[in-house]
Design a protein around this ligand. Structure first.
Ligand code: LMR
Length: 341
């Protein structure tokens, strides 16, 4: 049977928890959780020289699991080989943030990786490849990646903000005393950072506006917003390392949302290229916004969302942060000399 889908994923560059994060995703993909039970897949795993041996172990695990849909596992350290004909690319490997390290400090260190990978995708991936950038700072890394891949549609590059969406749904569900599947229309606007905006104006609980169910506006504007914004950093402080299991789940959720038609009336969040956005957000950055999919990996922005002063004010802060990050990586996007505030 012909292998129709090729998925290039990075494994093992994020140390042991990176392997954990990625193997969960690989297992979910190999067992049909994302693309369905009738879609065979080929997995190509990109590592580094240092991680190659660990990668061999990951490949052995996958082979020995006899997943019926998994028709090929290959590993390597050359992105120009591994990304060849890839239909999906999960870019996870990057230097992770440790306790007390701000994401901006990673801009330069990690940016180079995504410039190289963008070039390789541009050269050899499927012309319709969908790219999900997970390594932080993921919005700006996604921008770097797409700028280095001018022959691929910029629309197909995503920064993972599904983890933030899941965190926001969890907090609202806990507060309202409902199961998390009762939360819908949850948008994360902006950067995957502490300026991100979990949108409680448009989100719903059991189909009702959040503000009708949770009447404590102070809690929504302060506790809820700050908890979601800082969740990743607090987890690092407590655990001594970056989130792994919840990130892995959210990668699968993000892919599934793109390949499955979005339920009527709902939407999901993903960080996408802003050029042509209907909200008035600055063009030429990667910003998380509400999207809907008709299936097949393509999506459109949701246009009929409400705005108020609180929401717009917060969106502008996240926009300003991303514009500053973009200036700081100008040398990696081919737009002149870098200028960091
Ligand atoms: C998270 O949100 O858990 C991570 O992206 C945090 C980080 O900087 O690694």
């Amino acid at each position: 049977q012909q292998v129709q889908g090729t998925l290039a994923a990075e494994a093992a560059r994020k140390e042991c928890f990176g392997v954990f994060c990625t193997t969960y995703d690989l297992e979910a993909l190999a067992s049909g959780e994302v693309f369905g039970q009738d879609q065979p897949i080929a997995l190509k795993l990109l590592g580094s020289e240092r991680s190659l041996q660990a990668l061999e172990g990951v490949a052995m695990e996958l082979e020995d699991s006899l997943y019926p849909l998994l028709r090929e596992v290959s590993i390597g350290i050359d992105p120009y080989v591994i990304f060849e004909d890839a239909d999906w690319a999960l870019l996870i490997g990057a230097k992770p943030r440790g306790p007390g390290v701000e994401r901006a400090a990673l801009l330069d260190i990690n940016g180079q990786i995504f410039a190289e990978q963008g070039k390789a995708l541009n050269a050899v991936a499927s012309r319709n490849v969908k790219v999900i950038v997970v390594g932080n700072p993921c919005n700006t890394n996604a921008l770097i990646c797409l700028k280095n891949a001018p022959n691929l549609p910029a629309k197909n590059f995503h920064a993972l903000t599904r983890l933030d969406e899941n965190r926001a749904k969890c907090q609202l569900a806990l507060k309202a005393g409902v199961f998390y599947d009762k939360i819908s229309n949850m948008t994360i606007w902006g950067n995957h950072s502490t300026t991100q905006v979990p949108d409680f104006l448009n989100a719903k609980i059991n189909g009702r506006p959040v503000k009708e169910v949770i009447k404590d506006t102070k809690w929504l504007e302060e506790d809820f917003t700050i908890t979601v914004q800082k969740r990743g950093g607090v987890l690092i402080q407590k655990w001594g390392r970056s989130s792994a299991a919840s990130t892995a789940v959210s990668i699968v959720d993000a892919m599934r949302s793109l390949v499955t038609p979005t339920p009527e009336g709902d939407w999901f969040s993903t960080g996408v290229y802003t050029t042509g956005n209907p909200y008035g957000i600055a063009e030429d950055i990667v910003f998380s916004m509400p999207c809907r999919s008709k299936g097949g990996g393509d999506y459109e922005l949701v246009k009929d969302v409400a705005m108020d002063d609180f929401l717009w004010g917060r969106i502008k802060k996240s926009e300003a942060e991303l514009i500053a990050e973009k200036k700081c990586v100008a040398h990696l996007t081919g737009e002149g000399n870098a200028f960091c505030d």
